[in-house]
Design a protein around this ligand. Structure first.
Ligand SMILES: [Zn+2]
Ligand SMILES: [Zn+2]
Length: 332
């Protein structure tokens, strides 16, 4: 087939997917001259594409290869991650989680190779890797939504009759990402939540009915100053900022998880499985999903592996805004 013929074929395939035909995309697709039997490295594709379109850069080729793969026009074989080493030297297979990138040892049937032997290939070993989302990551995700439902449902179901500990002080702080409601007991912060949360009206109604003990008022003023400093100057919440864990956590097990999240440094992120906790991933998801202290317990810094889950107690837009806010202050 002539070079022009290949380019026309590439154009047709792009159009068939509703994609714009650019000289770069055409050159990259046309680089696969050997029909479906070729397995090219990105550098090989670049070398061939540059022969047709000299100004095409390496970065463009890498980006276009990723894009065409995502669109299903190309398939990628092989993991770009570094080699992993293990002490299990017996023949076994792996499950690779595309979210947390962990490898699990599993027993999978090896594909039959008799046909290869008949063709003269000497098969020394076969590698089978199943890929997808591991049980831990799936359980954590279910926990997040269960936890969110728990805080939306159970707490809100208490409705206007929401019960607050004696002497609780209530206040609001207006921030760049909306109004935040604060509840403090004499021992520390009880709730920090976005006012548009399902439970917001009930908390406002219950909070407005009480003045709060003097010590709770002092805690509230402290919390208000901390929230103001966080937004105005990017000041991290002090680890010493008092929290009334006994009253704040809906489940006693939540305390350890929420405390571990407080230790994640400003503008950094950590995956749920890297928090140094021993509880089950599902339970951890529930604790984070029902976080009663937004901002103070920075659950917006917790990721699921390399994935920044869009889930957030205040919605994905607030999560994005908080991460951007911290990133900007960290750069100063
Ligand atoms: Zn995983
Ligand atoms: Zn292994």
């Amino acid at each position: 087939m002539s070079s022009d013929g290949r380019i026309d074929d590439a154009s047709a395939r792009l159009r068939a997917r509703g994609l714009r035909v650019t000289p770069q995309r055409r050159a990259i697709l046309s680089a696969f001259t050997g029909a479906a039997t070729e397995h090219l490295s990105a550098d090989e594709v670049h070398a061939r594409a540059a022969a047709a379109v000299p100004e095409v850069g390496r970065g463009t080729v890498y980006a276009a290869l990723a894009e065409l793969t995502e669109l299903g026009l190309l398939a990628a074989v092989g993991n770009p991650e570094p080699v992993r080493y293990e002490t299990n030297v017996d023949a076994h297979q792996h499950f690779r989680c595309r979210v947390c990138l962990r490898l699990y040892d599993v027993a999978l049937d090896a594909p039959p190779t008799a046909a290869l032997k008949r063709r003269g290939f000497v098969v020394e070993h076969t590698t089978v890797t199943a890929e997808g989302i591991c049980a831990d990551c799936a359980a954590y995700d279910r926990g997040l939504s269960d936890g969110a439902a728990r805080s939306d449902g159970v707490r809100a179901a208490a409705g206007a009759t929401i019960a607050l500990p004696r002497g609780t002080a209530y206040g609001v702080a207006d921030t760049p990402i909306g109004r935040v409601q604060m509840l403090c007991t004499e021992r520390g912060a009880l709730r920090v939540m976005y006012a548009d949360h399902a439970e917001g009206p009930a908390v406002a109604a219950a909070g407005a009915r009480r003045r709060g003990a003097r010590e709770a008022q002092r805690r509230l003023a402290e919390l208000d100053t901390a929230i103001d400093g966080y937004f105005a100057h990017g000041t991290p919440f002090a680890q010493e900022l008092a929290v009334d864990w006994d009253a704040a956590a809906t489940d006693p097990d939540d305390g350890a998880t929420l405390d571990a999240i407080r230790a994640i440094p400003f503008a950094r992120e950590r995956s749920y499985e890297q928090l140094g906790l021993s509880d089950a991933p599902f339970d951890r998801g529930v604790s984070i999903g029902s976080n009663p202290l937004a901002l103070v317990v920075p659950c917006h810094r917790v990721s699921r592996g390399r994935e920044i889950t869009t889930w957030y107690v205040g919605g994905p837009e607030r999560k994005r805004a908080l991460r951007e806010h911290e990133r900007q202050h960290a750069e100063r």
